[in-house]
Design a protein around this ligand. Sequence first.
Ligand code: NAD
Length: 341
Amino acid sequence: MKIAVFNTHKYDREYFDQANVKHNHELVYLEPHLDHTTAPLAAGIPAACIFVNDTADAKTLEALASNGTKYLLLRCTGFNQVDLHAAADLGIKVARVAAYSPYSVAEHTVGLVLTLNRKIHKAYNRVRDDNFALDGLMGFDLHGRTVGVIGTGKIGMIFAQIMRGFGCQLLGYDAYPNSNFETIGAARYVELSELLENSDIISLHCPLLPTTEHIINAEAISQMKPGMMLINTSRGKLIDTRAVIEGIKAGKIGYLGIDVYEQEDNLFFEDLSGTVIQDDVFQLLQSFSNVVITAHQAFFTRDAVTTIAETTLSNADCFEQGQACPNELKVEEKVVAKTSA
Ligand code: NAD
């Protein structure tokens, strides 16, 4: 089947071409993001493939459908960028990659914790400058510290297990607790306020939903331990960025590690090094020495990207052959709270 692959980078081509040896689809790589203005690029092509920062709202889906596109293949887990009701009305079938290596994201999260705590980002630059002084680089033992995990699904569970390996105490908060969390050892579920009050490190692993948007706001920050570490590798809008900046300035948040950012759609996945960044909030955040930002790369391992390409093309096989697709998204999934964002 011919597939218009929107928003492609070199690495997408490399991994999709490798996976496609088995599937034999005709992949048309396009650099632009999908939105209603670029949808005509898929004219006459039965399937469009998109990523987290593409737009598949009603207007875009109408443009796709009017040009003959029948299938939308998401090369990601989250589907908050897709209007599933509009897709159903237009007869466009949608499939996603329901799961790929949760280790990729959990391990990157631990990387942010270690970088912030032991100030590896600063040490790296100092040593390259022949500055071997230790002042300002002191960290703390993770052993015995309390880690709060908000969202104890696939990624949150693995992150919790790794942190238990360091000898941390674990507090979990989840709208749908799972019985495996408390078997990790030194782990117990608590109310959100107890987690906020008692955690030295808090890591976000819940999906972005109306109920979780700005789950970390001024009120939540006021309950936190002074000097705590906040990590977000889930979705930018879980955090009220302006409130977090105030928390950092007040010393309430002692460390911030983020792989996702509220307004990342205008920034991430592109080389903007030759431009002037217009986002003042992001620039202010970057200026703090106790903040480490990565640009939505937590998923970016060979293992995860291989699975993403393979699953996306298998979804295309199912649609092309008229078979039931295990990863097809139906309208009702949009309203079920217990879903990945
Ligand atoms: P998952 O569905 O396995 O787990 C999510 C957990 O959050 C579930 O246990 C669920 O019950 C819980 N939850 C739902 N509503 C909640 C609420 N209101 N409060 C607290 N917990 C709630 O998902 P996952 O695979 O572990 O992924 C977690 C998130 O990680 C995704 O939603 C996505 O936003 C993010 N993610 C980020 C990257 C990246 O590259 N940075 C990659 C993949 C996923």
